[in-house]
Write a protein that binds this ligand. Structure first.
Ligand code: BES
Ligand code: MN
Ligand code: ZN
Length: 507
């Protein structure tokens, strides 16, 4: 059963215009700390006979980045509302302060009775960022702010509030790059929304079968081919590692293959691999009650792969992308794999499973082996692989492990440009000692010391001869605490990486 959230729509356009003459329900402009008005705020102030200067001087608008003040019916201004947004000190502007200010404006617009808005915050000059970047980010943030996940509420709140149209005010000789930026920002938010919804849906709804249905639906709506391998197919392929994790579950495992062919037939594809454990109980190495709280999010890697491919297909990027999703539950049961069991992976190498809770690397082993069949340019896997990521890096940055300096550079650049950060970790051969065992080619876990590095090292053994990167996203994929929810990360990073890769190939 596919559930659809009644999505709130917001449309974007780009136009030129003088702030005071705009025929809009609400004009959104920035103000710097110390009552320092931006160019557009100055124009509005002049038209309103200094009303804005007077209010700001009186301290009505806090200096803190993201503080807002909604003004109504100012004289001399066509629009009935002016939303002032604090940008902080003019000489201290950063990507973050810009995004925070846009986010604060988005929140105000979502709760306002204004039906449309003229958005001029994008005029804010930032070091190293052009107007296209600022527009793309703003579109993404504004669209993302309309995201809801209420599929499973019996009564949905239908709010009439919130703007339905946003016009970005910008004067440009050539608006084509700005229109492209707008489409990009919107597509990123749409990809994130898919990733968020899949992450947020509980384990009893978002099963491997549900992921497969979602992939098929995506293929129907876009230029994507999809194939879903069943248990029998996996057996034929010798995916003994993936199948061993699925043994304890009553839900049938699925191996989902998405194929987007936007590039030339001869272009090698980028393969994205997403961990799709739709619930991780730990298996016989059972987690504690608290340890299981967030385990419906253990398919966040898969969700991002679906989200990223959706966005790339929507944008019609000229690139070939394959998405691979090994999907299964990890459950205890009479037929579960047991600590000490040895399984044979698709690559032929044997794995001694000492801890059934280190299941992500086991299913990824087979997915990574399968990825080689596509003769890939790059293979990137995305997985909620370890709790150690959160200890090491917190929730701002995903951990990046790679065997390719080229990928390290490209992913780090894409992360910084998409504000979806990662940080490089070492991938040393010495980790092999952690995983050596008397009984098989490799164990799936070793001693606690260095277990973070060893988790990535384990994967690297299945990706020899390809340029491969592993993103451990346990810290970034969902927000913890009371306001728990999927973040949709690192979908923006993946999309940015693919777009950059595509542009780099253009003559
Ligand atoms: N899905 C978990 C990773 C995880 C752990 C996410 C804690 C969120 C919070 C993964 O399958 C797992 O259980 N990893 C183990 C590995 C250990 C047994 C070597 C971990 O990190 O504890
Ligand atoms: Mn686990
Ligand atoms: Zn897991």
């Amino acid at each position: 059963m596919t559930r659809v959230s009644k999505e709130k729509r917001v449309e974007f356009t780009i136009k030129a215009g003088s702030p005071e003459k705009l025929k809009s329900d609400c004009v959104v402009v920035g103000v710097y700390a110390g009552s320092d008005l931006t160019a557009s705020a100055k124009a509005l102030d002049k038209a309103a006979d200094g009303a804005i200067t007077a209010l700001v001087a009186r301290g009505e608008l806090d200096d803190k980045v993201g503080a807002t003040l909604m003004l109504h019916d100012l004289p001399g201004i066509a629009a009935p509302r002016v939303l002032l947004v604090s940008l902080g000190k003019a000489d201290e502007l950063t990507d973050k302060s810009y995004r925070d200010a846009v986010g604060a404006a988005a929140k105000q617009l979502a709760g306002s009775v204004a039906a449309d808005a003229a958005f001029i915050l994008t005029e804010t000059e930032l070091p190293h960022r052009d107007l296209a970047w600022r527009i793309s980010q703003a579109a993404q943030i504004l669209k993302d702010s309309t995201y809801r996940c209420d599929e499973l509420k019996s009564k949905r709140e239908e709010s009439k509030k919130g703007v339905k149209k946003v016009v970005f005010i910008a004067k440009a000789k050539d608006t084509a790059p700005l229109e492209a930026a707008l489409r990009r920002g919107t597509a990123i938010a749409e990809g994130m929304a898919l990733a968020k919804t899949l992450g947020n849906l509980p384990g009893n709804v978002c099963t491997p079968t549900y992921l497969a249905t979602t992939a098929r639906k995506l293929a129907k709506d876009h230029k994507i081919k999809v194939e879903v391998l069943e248990k029998g197919d996996m057996e034929k392929l010798g995916m003994g590692a993936l199948l061993s994790v699925a043994r304890g579950s009553h839900e049938p495992p699925k191996f989902i293959i998405l194929n987007y062919k936007g590039g030339k037939a001869k272009d090698k594809p980028v393969v994205l691999v997403g961990k799709g454990i739709t619930f991780d109980s730990g298996g016989l190495s059972l987690k504690s009650t608290e340890g299981m709280f967030d385990m419906k999010y253990d398919m966040s890697g898969a969700a991002c792969v679906l989200g990223a491919i959706k966005a790339i297909a929507k944008l019609g990027e000229e690139i070939n992308v394959i998405g691979l999703i090994p999907a299964t539950e990890n459950m205890p049961g009479g037929s579960s794999i047991k600590p000490g069991d040895i399984v044979t992976s698709m690559s032929g190498s044997t794995i001694e499973i000492l801890n059934t809770d280190a299941e992500g690397r086991i299913i990824l082993a087979d997915a990574l082996s399968y990825s080689k069949l596509f003769n890939p340019e790059y293979v990137i896997d995305v997985a909620t692989l370890t709790g150690a990521t959160v200890i090491a890096l917190g929730t701002k940055r995903a951990a990046l492990f790679t065997n390719s300096s080229e990928l390290q550079e490209a992913l780090t650049k894409a992360a910084n440009n998409s504000n979806d950060f990662c940080w490089s970790m070492p991938l040393d051969d010495e980790y092999f000692e952690n995983l050596s065992t008397n009984f098989a080619d490799m164990a799936n876990v070793g001693p606690p010391e260095g277990s973070f590095g060893a988790s990535a090292y384990f994967l690297s053994r299945f990706t020899q001869d390809v340029k491969w990167a592993h993103l451990d996203i346990t810290g970034v994929a969902w927000q913890r605490g009371k306001d728990k929810r999927s973040t949709g990360r690192p979908t923006p990073l993946l999309i940015q990486f693919l777009i950059d890769h595509c542009n780099a190939k253009k003559p």
